[in-house]
Design a protein. Structure first.
Length: 169
């Protein structure tokens, strides 16, 4: 058995909207791998609901946040729909990087990783533990606070905070 160095990974998610926690995972993935594709999922229907923002809006917010933070070298943002393993094969990625905040994240992500391994045995699953300062941050919490008129500046990049204020005005 030969081992090949993984040089390209995918960081998938709905990013509805992108948070500082997402940005941290992307930044850390880029520190580990020379090529990172951030795959914005069309709609994964979490908890039976769709996304608050359109696919185009989510891609645009993510690209803006990465650009504003000087995180464009070696990072590509693309929309996708369908199976993640097929997307990774098409893009030539050798791994999937996911952030973990709590044990509930681990249980869900482990199931997904196991399924991905069954469907694509050569695709590695890489888990990055959340930085303590972002362990409580989630897109659903951000949307809830923003919908009630609360300040989300400490949870999301500035361009996303502006978009949320306009969206919920």
């Amino acid at each position: 058995m030969t081992s090949e160095l993984c040089t390209h990974v995918v960081v998938p998610g709905t990013f509805d909207p992108v948070t500082l926690g997402h940005m941290d995972v992307i930044r850390r993935a880029r520190k580990l791998f020379p090529q990172v594709t951030v795959a914005v999922a069309e709609s994964r229907r979490k908890n039976g609901t769709g996304t608050e923002f359109t696919l185009e809006e989510r891609v645009d917010m993510l690209k803006g946040a990465l650009r504003d933070n000087g995180m464009t070298d070696g990072i590509e943002v693309v929309p996708f729909c369908g199976l993640l393993v097929e997307f990774c094969k098409e893009r030539g990625a050798g791994g999937v990087v996911k952030g973990l905040r709590a044990t509930t994240d681990f249980e869900y992500e482990l199931q997904q990783a196991d399924l991905n391994t069954y469907m694509a045995p050569d695709l590695e699953s890489i888990f990055v533990m959340s930085s303590p300062k972002y362990g409580y941050v989630s897109s659903s919490i951000v949307r809830e606070i923003a919908a009630m008129g609360g300040d989300v500046d400490f949870l999301v990049p500035p361009n996303v905070a502006e978009r949320l204020r306009a969206h919920y005005a």
